[in-house]
Design a protein around this ligand. Structure first.
Ligand code: HEM
Ligand code: HEM
Length: 463
């Protein structure tokens, strides 16, 4: 317990759960990355690419990212509202239920149980567990907000509220299904409607996990790490409302040139372009916060993580709207270009901001100094290089792949058969594996550094 009575136990529990699932998810990612150029590694059905892919996406999206978000949210909520969690036991139960649900999710996906809807693969009994877990979280979110001792609500709190409400709605609407037994269910939607609801969900679940709460962390921890106030509170609020408004209309950019009505695709395309404005509102706010203090990039190891993170977010939110344009999407869709897009976001933006936040938060809640700043710097460069090589390799692979699929002979027949296009990408897949390994070594150093930090003696007797 600390002087203000804040509950840091649950924060620590979620933070180390995040690190655990991060390592597991990356090991699975590396295994699949090898399978892409060495298919013999599909040793059993349990290790087949199709099953590992969902373990990877769920393990990192729900296991790692969500646990990191819960850790940061419980911390930020208490600090910004200046009040301890009203229901600490509920938060602790949330932690246990969360880890049980993720373990069961991984097991069921390994075993091949899958609704086949991307990012909503879990079967109905686990969906019910997820909903219960979410309600447990929401009670503490709104409990702290209602009882708060600080009148003004800083922008990070708004982002946490948006995530809490949006994910509840998205998850329930998209997972409405008819169970036929304990392990199998079918969606209540059919055909194009099912696809539309699924990608309204899919796009927004990505947004409300990989963007909205990560912005909450960015806005909270950047000023904390630098000692500088955020450049413009007004800009952060305007960006917040514009982002939330625009996000919910863009899901159909995942369904360009499909049987979905064309006007829905066009609306999604228009809102995707609109999204550049609020996204860059946060990018500009971050950069301007450092105005006149850019030397901190050299002197303060934490700043690098946030600035690199927001830079990749800025690039990501230019790339995303462009690849959502119908003509460009006709070329890039289904190619490795999109996989490159995903990993600039997840490895560059999400992981960087989570790392910066944890380097600030974990020593603080444990009342200890960070074990090694030098190791943190090494981690920064390894993860940065790993991610950049990873994504650039996939962008080039994607362009080559798209061009080969579309190349035709003078008589109009296809120039390459599908297998040619796959084997021609092997060099890029090998490069991706090497880059992933560099990134992974960086992550192992990150985890080691934080484990050693909490094992050190506290700064004072009262931790
Ligand atoms: C203005 C913001 C953004 C826009 C308009 C956007 C647009 C897009 C589009 C059009 C696709 C589909 C490409 C295709 O399949 O043909 C896509 C895929 C994806 N994007 Fe973004 N993106 C944005 C930002 C982000 C950010 C910040 C992340 C964070 C990690 C992200 C993660 C993803 C993921 C995970 C997918 C793959 C979805 C799948 O499984 O197919 N995006 N994005
Ligand atoms: C060592 C680092 C990583 C490696 C080697 C790796 C590997 C892979 C591979 C091989 C795929 C499948 C691509 C395909 O279907 O062709 C994939 C997809 C994906 N990975 Fe990773 N990954 C890594 C890091 C991450 C991280 C840190 C996250 C999230 C925090 C993440 C989230 C995803 C998502 C959401 C997809 C689905 C993309 C889509 O549908 O387009 N990955 N990853």
């Amino acid at each position: 317990m600390n002087e203000a009575g804040y509950n840091y136990r649950v924060v620590r529990g979620f933070a180390f759960s995040a690190l655990f699932w991060l390592v597991i998810g990356l090991v699975v990612g590396l295994w699949m990355a090898v399978e892409m150029f060495y298919p013999a590694l599909n040793l059993t059905p349990w290790l087949s690419f199709g099953r590992l892919r969902v373990v990877h996406t769920n393990g990192l999206g729900l296991g790692f990212a969500l646990a990191a978000i819960f850790a940061a949210s419980y911390y930020i909520l208490q600090r910004l509202n200046r009040i301890a969690l009203p229901f600490p036991r509920l938060a602790q139960a949330h932690l246990y239920l969360f880890n049980t649900a993720i373990a069961l999710a991984a097991l069921s996906l390994f075993a091949g149980m899958n609704t086949t809807k991307e990012y909503a693969e879990l079967e109905w009994p686990l969906d019910i567990g997820v909903v219960i877990m979410w309600v447990m979280f929401a009670i503490n979110v709104f409990g702290t907000l209602i009882k708060r001792k600080e009148q003004q609500m800083y922008i990070s709190l708004w982002y946490i509220i948006a995530m809490t409400v949006a994910i509840a709605i998205l998850y329930i609407v998209n997972n409405l299904e008819v169970p036929i037994n304990l392990f199998k269910s079918y969606s209540i939607y059919a055909g194009a409607n099912d696809a539309n609801v699924e990608w309204w969900y899919g796009h927004n679940i990505v947004g409300f996990i990989f963007t909205v709460p990560i912005l909450a962390m960015f806005y909270y921890f950047l000023p904390k790490a630098t000692g500088l106030p955020i450049y413009s509170h007004r800009l952060s609020i305007v960006s917040f409302w514009a982002l939330n408004f625009a996000y919910l209309w863009t899901g159909a950019h995942h369904l360009m040139l499909t049987p979905l009505p064309e006007w829905i695709q066009t609306v999604a395309m228009a809102f995707s372009i609109f999204l550049i404005a609020p996204s860059w509102g946060s990018v500009v706010n971050g950069y301007y916060t450092l105005q006149g203090n850019w030397d901190q990039m050299r002197s303060n190891y934490l700043v690098k993580f946030f600035i690199a993170g927001i830079t990749f977010y800025g690039l990501q939110t230019i790339q995303g709207p462009l690849q959502g344009l119908r003509t460009l999407n006709a070329f890039f869709h289904y190619t490795d270009w999109v996989v490159g897009h995903v990993h600039m976001g997840t490895m560059g933006w999400v992981t960087m901001v989570v790392a910066g936040s944890f380097y600030y938060m974990i020593p603080h809640i444990s009342n200890r100094e960070l074990y090694s700043i030098k190791l943190a710097n090494i981690q920064f460069w390894l993860t940065l290089f790993g991610q950049v090589i990873w994504t650039v390799a996939m962008w080039i692979a994607g362009i080559q792949q798209g061009a080969m699929w579309k190349a035709t002979n003078p008589d109009g027949s296809l120039m390459y058969n599908f297998l040619d296009t796959v084997s021609s990408l092997y060099p890029f897949y090998k490069l991706r594996f090497a880059a992933g390994l560099i990134f992974f070594i960086g992550i192992l150093i990150f985890v080691w550094n934080l484990v050693m930090t909490v094992r050190k003696h506290p700064r004072t007797a009262e931790a």
